[in-house]
Design a protein around this ligand. Structure first.
Ligand code: SF4
Length: 243
């Protein structure tokens, strides 16, 4: 089986617990105005690789990952746009090294069946959440996010540990109203490990010129996003803050 990959990066530290080897899958159906990986958006880019090639690339670091409490992360682009390929890579890896653990970083924008099949194989899900409602997604990412909310609802009942990652974009989704809405969506999830508020990456625009694209995000980049943590009620004890 083949898939499109734009990088296999070793020793990443932001993609789950411990040091990771992260497989960046090519292609994303969203067009977030602030995307800092524009080279990963187009489905036609990257490199075509077989599941064996990707597994072999990851296995070079397996002993280190196991010994250091790290693991393998699938990111992108949107990795679950190639959910079947992700599953094929994991099958290869499990056969070669059963002690490896897995995480996926996903927008959640994938058909429900594909999402459930791939996510069920993970030890941890890094689930992006950008808005509490369809309108925010439509305006700033260009998609109908019904799938995302359907998949999030399933994730909350799945028992699979997940981290909610919220990119905080100044003037876009860092309002009290938006953050409270997202916190309400997450508050009843028993498998929520923590919420990470990720500050807008002010260097996001640098890669666009190299791709012959103009970076014009449509919000005030110079304004610092509001990263203040929220506590909706006295029972919120799983953390809602940075990292
Ligand atoms: S979901 Fe991620 S990769 Fe896709 S456009 Fe948005 S920020 Fe970029």
């Amino acid at each position: 089986m083949t898939g499109r990959v734009f990088e296999i990066r070793e020793f990443t530290l932001q993609d789950g617990p411990g040091p990771r080897t992260t497989v960046f899958l090519q292609g994303c159906p969203l067009r977030c105005a602030w995307c800092h990986n524009p080279e990963g958006q187009a489905f036609g880019g990257g490199r075509e690789m077989t599941d064996c090639e990707v597994a072999d690339g990851v296995l070079k670091t397996a002993d280190f990952l196991i010994g250091s409490g790290g693991g393998v992360t699938f990111s992108g682009g949107e990795p679950l746009a190639q959910a079947g390929f992700v599953s094929a890579v994991i099958a290869r890896l499990r056969a070669a090294e059963p002690r490896l653990t897995y995480a996926v970083e996903t927008s959640g924008f994938a058909p429900a069946e594909a999402y459930r099949e791939a996510v069920s194989q993970m030890d941890l899900v890094l689930q992006d959440l950008k808005f509490p409602d369809l309108e925010g997604y439509r305006r700033w990412t260009g998609v109908d996010a019904s799938l995302i909310f359907t998949n999030l609802a399933w994730l909350k009942t799945s028992g699979i540990p997940f981290v909610a990652r919220i990119p905080c974009i100044p003037g876009v989704n860092d309002t009290r109203e938006a953050k409270e809405g997202m916190a309400r969506l997450l508050a009843d999830a028993p498998n929520l490990v923590k919420v990470e508020l990720l500050p807008y990456n002010r260097f996001a625009g640098a890669k666009y010129a190299k791709l012959g694209r103009v970076y014009s995000p449509g919000f005030d980049e110079d304004r610092a996003p509001d990263l203040s943590p929220l506590r909706l009620d006295g029972n919120w004890d799983r953390g809602m803050g940075n990292g």
